[in-house]
Design a protein around this ligand. Structure first.
Ligand code: SF4
Length: 710
């Protein structure tokens, strides 16, 4: 291979919401290496283990390279051409729509998709099909943060930026193991601590994670008790004069009502519920109130809860009460799990959202988008959110389902119900890069999608920064970009439904054309990116908003203390104090917590292909406190049966002092319908946040018993 044959292409890491820039090396149509992009402001050249091994996960093994079809679920898959595949799909969708109405079909897509992919799917569902039944696996990771932002600040937007890590004097991290889930941000936190030893770090987490281990104060609260902690902190701030009365008076509403509502939650009361010393709660509140610039991070620990919206709002309240928002180094900063959960929110490709942060429930917003797309009206019936959507499949209300770039048979709670729903669904299309996920086993039609390194578009990271994703090599076989598959299906469906207007609606020759239309749809909105196009993004990633004529993106929001609510004031939202839904009892006395490992990603369809990424953790192991193990006569490595009201799993146990007694922990990555360990989500339940619809994936009541081998 000659030196001249080597090429480099800038792109973005496809894993977590940090959104690190990468430089892909490739030669003769093959990806040969990857390094951090030194010019990207999310990572300045650094990569974590997952990112640095990306090129080792790119291989043909397990890839879907041509459309595959089967006439019956048990029949073998047969190859067919794209035209025939799309015609078959369009015919079945059109028949279903004609016979049962547009709400009898649904689309379940993914935070792994690029913004352009999301945009075309969203437009397809809302315009051509006429349903709001489009939801994303982002429902599982950040929808409670979205609802929390809207309830308090008036819109779904992260007001901070990564640079705030370098400027904060207190980092308050709740329900987020950044050391594992956002490693490059964690390195920035470590660097900030090294540069400024006076920087205080408080971590709220039921486990003593690697993140908690570096904290000045670790509040190891009982799982699901966050609301009591934040309520007590608010009381301490008020009682000790650490609130900013002028900011509250000038820029917020509802403070006095909320304070009175939560008045009974003293630090002593919260200490009893949270099972941490009252003095630690007081200390955390004092540090928060006394800090010149407190920066709060949160992630799944708060979001994946039956009261995730309230968790998010209660944390944001601490910033509003102290006026610590909108200035350098401070603010409430929700970390997005997936690489483009933010982009999906921006195009509104979720059941309860609408394009460019418009409100599906608002007739004026619906009319505005209908006018923009040139159709008479948008559907009004609310769409089904992820868990509800699969329940509707299960009871037969959804008869044709399109799944793109996600593995719901693995990742949704109470997965056996989801697998049964998929098995019973009359028609399932799965569009994916990989052929071997549990969801693929339920497909009538499999469509091969391009993946990282093979497709063009954009993503938005956790700090609202829009970055280009670029193809370095061609997709293998007949695999196509996701936006193109959605467009080609829309054109085929338009023919089947006899809608000649489909050709105009989906006249997208390229991802740049899709982005241009999306950008136009944001004009005048809070996330206005009408000034942005691919040419501007060639100069570097940009934070939104970026309106026409704007010279730079905006690093921070709400600097002027004006919020996008009817009154212009931020809101202290009412908080209903709640705990986890399924309490431990005599039959299931332990609390199961689920989460991520440092070197694996989701259902391992990509990371599972690199041997190096097993060096950190080689197999699925149930972590358990040594006292709980001793009570059951268990030794490290013994096989145990993990039982819940939803099923049994057999896997090895590992002693862990990270956990408090009474809790066990299981990573969500491993598992398959064909194994004795079908996955952590066999045990999680369909407890949903009442506002966001996000499931409480981090909690289930379980029992552990030894397994004796014959
Ligand atoms: Fe990729 Fe996240 Fe690691 Fe950055 S921190 S390299 S985005 S996985």
């Amino acid at each position: 291979m000659t030196q001249e044959a080597q090429q480099e292409t800038r792109s973005t890491c496809p894993y977590c919401g940090t959104g690190c820039g990468v430089v892909i090396s490739h030669s003769a149509g093959r990806i040969t290496g990857v390094r951090g992009d030194p010019d990207h402001p999310a990572n300045f050249g650094k990569l974590c283990t997952k990112g640095a091994n990306l090129h080792r996960t790119v291989q043909l093994d397990g890839r879907l390279v041509q459309p595959l079809w089967r006439a019956q679920r048990a029949a073998p898959l047969q190859a067919l051409g794209w035209d025939e595949a799309l015609d078959k799909a369009a015919r079945r969708f059109a028949e279903t729509i004609r016979a049962h109405g547009p709400d009898s079909v649904a689309f379940y897509i993914s935070g792994q998709l690029l913004t352009e992919d999301y945009y075309v799917f969203n437009k397809l569902a809302r315009t051509l099909v006429g349903t709001n039944n489009i939801d994303s696996n982002s429902r599982l990771c950040m929808s409670s943060a979205v609802a929390g932002y809207k309830a308090t600040l008036g819109m779904d937007s992260v007001p901070c930026c990564y640079e705030d890590i370098d400027l904060a004097d207190l980092l308050f991290i709740s329900g987020a193991n950044t050391a594992f889930a956002h490693p490059i941000l964690f390195r920035r936190i470590e660097a900030a601590r090294e540069a400024r030893p006076e920087l205080k770090i408080v971590v709220v987490d039921p486990r003593r994670t690697d993140t908690a281990a570096m904290a000045d104060l670790h509040l190891q609260i009982a799982p699901g008790t966050d609301l009591y902690l934040f309520a007590a902190m608010l009381q301490v701030l008020a009682a000790e004069g650490l609130v900013d009365a002028a900011y509250i008076a000038d820029h917020t509403e509802g403070y006095a009502v909320l304070l009175e509502q939560l008045g009974s939650v003293t630090p002593e009361v919260a200490a009893g519920v949270c099972q941490v010393p009252a003095a630690d709660i007081v200390q955390a509140a004092r540090w928060f109130g006394q800090a010149a610039a407190p920066l709060s991070f949160w992630c799944q620990g708060l979001n994946q809860s039956g009261h995730g919206t309230a968790n998010s709002a209660a944390l944001i309240h601490l910033h509003l009460a102290t006026g610590k928002i909108g200035r350098p180094g401070m603010g409430p900063f929700s970390l997005t799990g997936q690489p483009n959960a933010m982009g999906g929110r921006e195009v509104g490709a979720m059941a309860n959202l609408l394009s460019a942060h418009r409100d599906l429930k608002n007739p004026a917003d619906r009319a505005e988008m209908a006018d923009f797309w040139g159709i008479p009206a948008l559907p009004t019936q609310p769409g089904l959110m992820a868990v509800q959507l699969f329940e509707a499949v299960r009871r037969g209300a959804i008869k044709a389902l399109w799944i793109a770039c996600t593995n719901p048979a693995h990742s949704l709670p109470d997965q056996q119900r989801v697998r049964e729903a998929l098995a019973a669904c009359p028609f399932v299309v799965v569009q994916d890069a990989f052929a071997d996920t549990d969801t693929c086993a339920h497909a009538d039609l499999l469509l091969p999608a391009a993946t990282w390194g093979e497709k063009d578009g954009t993503v938005t990271n956790s700090e609202r920064r829009i970055t280009r994703v670029r193809a370095a090599v061609a997709a293998p076989g007949e695999a196509r970009a996701d936006w193109r598959i959605a467009r080609d299906f829309a054109l085929a469906l338009g023919r089947q439904l006899d809608r000649p207007g489909a050709a105009r609606l989906f006249d997208f020759p390229s991802p740049a054309a899709v982005f241009a239309e999306h950008a136009r749809s944001t004009r005048g909105r809070d996330l206005d990116i009408a000034g942005l196009d691919y040419a501007r993004l060639e100069q570097g990633a940009v934070q939104w908003p970026y309106a026409a004529g704007q010279a730079n993106g905006k690093a921070r929001l709400y600097s002027d203390g004006v919020f996008p609510t009817a009154s212009g004031r931020a809101r202290f939202a009412p908080i209903e104090l709640r705990l986890n839904g399924e309490a431990p009892d005599a039959a299931y006395p332990l609390r199961l917590n689920t989460g991520r490992l440092r070197d694996q990603w989701h259902g391992m369809s990509r990371t599972g292909r690199s041997g190096r990424l097993y060096a950190h953790e080689a197999e699925a192991r149930l972590q358990m406190h040594p006292d709980d193990m001793a009570q059951r006569g268990l030794a490290d490595g013994d096989l145990v049966r993990l039982s819940s009201r939803r099923g049994d799993t057999v896997l090895p146990v590992a002693a862990s002092n990270e956990l408090a007694p009474g809790s066990v922990y299981l990573a969500m990555h491993w598992g398959s319908a064909n194994l004795s360990h079908p996955g952590a989500n066999l045990h999680t339940l369909q407890e949903l946040d009442p506002v966001s619809g996000q499931p409480a994936l981090k909690h289930a009541a379980v029992q552990i018993t030894p397994v004796s081998l014959p």
